[in-house]
Write a protein that binds this ligand. Structure first.
Ligand code: ZN
Length: 361
């Protein structure tokens, strides 16, 4: 008993938590989707608080570039499964916590089955397909989704609970254009912002469990670490929301790649090998490298030029309609977007996107 009190006394002393609140924490089950920059502080603070059951799902392995912000991992973990390391680390921190490590991708096939074991889900993912999938699975299971995202020096957090307020679809009814918001790997991110925002998520989770304070339901907290300012925005529940509205049309999980248009233009893709063959055979093609000022692009292609994503629309009148145009970018998303944009602008020439980008070339 003394050990229990000693360990958690700083929580128990808080009148908003106390022994009752701690017991709720101990008997709670929280799923963290994503073992990256946000997932790291989330997992550590929830484990330290004594959350009885923590699930963590991620199919990635630790890359050396993750160590700048993903504080669950160290030098020796590079190349190993994130969730396996996360489980080891959490169990070392607090052996009373049961950890379920899901070394798999969250999909519309496994989500509901995994979610049914948890009363709260924390969205620490980094892409729109997963955010919609988490939101939909949470609404269908009637549990809250503690959501956050980070970008460069900024972060935002909200708690989506359709029983009490808006869901993520009320906030974003239409998926953004593919790659309109680049990933941390593309745009850069200051490591500490993932710590700040992930810790706010952990705080929200503990508040929901214990009923302490006022959660971020119907509110979005925006944090700008470059200027050290915060803003708050209201997020209203949309009574016409396709998921949580009065006449909702979504009754089961969807195809999120399709919804987010990730594969919509995949027929326009060319593999690295196919491009290499074209170049080897000296086939007449034009290569457009999409690269913004803050990106680094080391590869050199013949008959190519570089353009930023914002200037793609001006290519319409500059491209030779009789030549195949191959769009190349770092990860193969901006190139898909470029084709989509030029098609919408009425360009009729043949266009291809290098699949996987120069990263896979
Ligand atoms: Zn909604």
């Amino acid at each position: 008993m003394q050990n229990f009190y000693e360990r958690y006394k700083s929580h128990i002393l808080l009148k908003e938590i106390g022994v009752t609140g701690h017991n709720h924490i101990k008997s709670s089950s929280v799923l963290i989707v994503g073992g990256g920059g946000l997932g790291s502080p989330l997992a550590l603070y929830l484990a330290a608080a004594g959350v009885g059951n923590i699930g963590i799902i991620d199919f990635d392995i630790v890359d050396v570039s993750n160590l700048q912000r993903q504080i669950l991992y160290n030098n020796n973990d590079v190349g190993k499964s994130k969730v396996e390391i996360a489980k080891e680390r959490i169990e070392k921190l607090n052996s009373e916590v049961k950890v379920n490590a899901y070394n798999e991708k969250l999909t519309n096939i496994n989500a509901l089955n995994i979610f049914k074991n948890y009363s709260i889900v924390a969205d620490a993912s980094d892409n729109f397909q997963t955010r919609y999938l988490i939101n939909d699975a949470c609404v269908l299971n009637g549990i809250p989704d503690i959501w956050a995202s980070v970008y460069r020096f900024e972060g935002q957090v909200s708690t989506f609970d359709a029983k009490k307020g808006a869901c993520y679809r009320c906030f974003h009814p239409i998926a953004p254009e593919p790659d309109s918001v680049p990933s941390c790997g593309e745009s850069g991110v200051i490591g500490a912002i993932t710590g700040i925002i992930g810790s706010i998520q952990a705080c929200e989770v503990l508040k929901i469990i214990t009923g302490a304070g006022t959660p971020l339901i119907g509110r979005l907290l925006y944090f700008d670490s470059l200027n050290m300012t915060t803003k708050e925005f209201k997020i209203k529940k949309d009574k016409n929301c396709s998921l949580c509205g009065t006449n909702s049309s979504i009754k089961k999980l969807q195809n999120y790649d399709e919804f987010c248009q990730i594969n919509k233009f995949s027929k326009n893709e060319i593999t690295p090998d196919e491009l290499k063959i074209k170049l080897k055979n000296k086939k007449k093609i034009k290569i457009i490298i999409i690269c913004d000022k803050n990106e680094k692009q080391d590869l050199v292609f013949p008959n190519s030029f570089t353009v930023s994503l914002n200037n793609i629309m001006f290519l319409k009148d500059k491209l030779n309609i009789n030549l195949e145009t191959i769009f190349v970018c770092k990860y193969g998303y901006k190139s898909i977007y470029a084709i989509q944009l030029l098609k919408e602008l009425g360009y009729k020439g043949k266009m291809y996107s290098l699949s996987g980008g120069t990263d896979k070339y």
